[in-house]
Design a protein around this ligand. Sequence first.
Ligand code: HH2
Length: 254
Amino acid sequence: MGVVNVTPDSFSDGGRYLDAKEAVAHARRLAEEGADIIDLGGESTRPGAAPVSERQELDRVMPVLEKISDLCVSVDTRRLNVMRAVLSGGASMINDVEALSAPWAHQLIANSDCAVCLMHMKGEPRTMQEAPRYDDVVGEVRDFLKDALRKATFAGIGRERIVVDPGFGFGKTVAHNMELLRRLGEIASLGVPVLAGLSRKSTIGALTGRPVGERLAGSLAMALLALQAGATILRVHDVKETRDVIAVWQAYKT
Ligand code: HH2
C-alpha cells in the first residue's frame, strides 16, 4: 500500500502533493513501482496537526480520486460524508483510523462492496502521544480489534472485506510499538489480514536518531520485521524499495 497524502502537514510528505496533478502523478508512480493499493489521505492525523473541515478534505481527495479510480484506491478518512463521496467516486477501500466510530459508518460500508481497514488508536490525534499507558499493550489492542471486528461483521460487513491494524504510533510509545511488532502474530490470530504502518514513523527516528527524510533503511527493517511477524499489507511511502524487501522475504519463505 503506497501512501499519497494530499495535505500541507503530513509528517513525512506534507505539502509535496497538495496540488492534485502532483498527487495523481505520485500515485501513478507508486502503482508502477508495485503498490497494489494507493492510500489517499486528505487529513493529517499526526499529533498536533491542524484540523480540516469536511469541505477541505473532500476538495483535496476528490479531484485526485477522479483521476486514479482505475487503480485500487483506499481513502484514509474518519468522516461519514467523505466515505460516502469516495465510495461513489470509485474508492475500493476505506481506511479508518477510528475503526468506523462515526455514526452510520458501519451501515454505509455494509451497503457497499468496499474493503475496510479497522485501526486501533488510543485517545485522539491531538493528544494521543502524551504519555500513553497500557497494562498489556498487545492484549488491549487485540481486544479492541476483536470487538471492532465483531461490530463490523454484526453490521453485515463480511470478514473477507476486513483488515485490522494495530495503529503503530497512534497513542503508543517506542516500547509499545516494538512490543506490538514483536507480538504481531497475536493480532494476526484474529483471522483477518493485518496491515502495518511503520514507514518513516517517529519510532524509527527515536531508534536511529534520523530525521524523517533519512528513515528509509529503518523503514525497510521495520517492513521485514512486520512481514516476518505476520503482516500482509505494508503501508509505506517508499514502494520500490519495499517491493525488494518483499521479494527477498518471499524467496526466503518458500
Ligand atoms: N498511519 C498514518 C495515517 N494513516 N492508517 C493506517 N491504517 N495505519 C497507519 O499506521 C496509518 C494510517 C500516519 O502516517 P502518514 O499518513 O504518513 O502521516 P499523517 O497522518 O501525518 O498524514
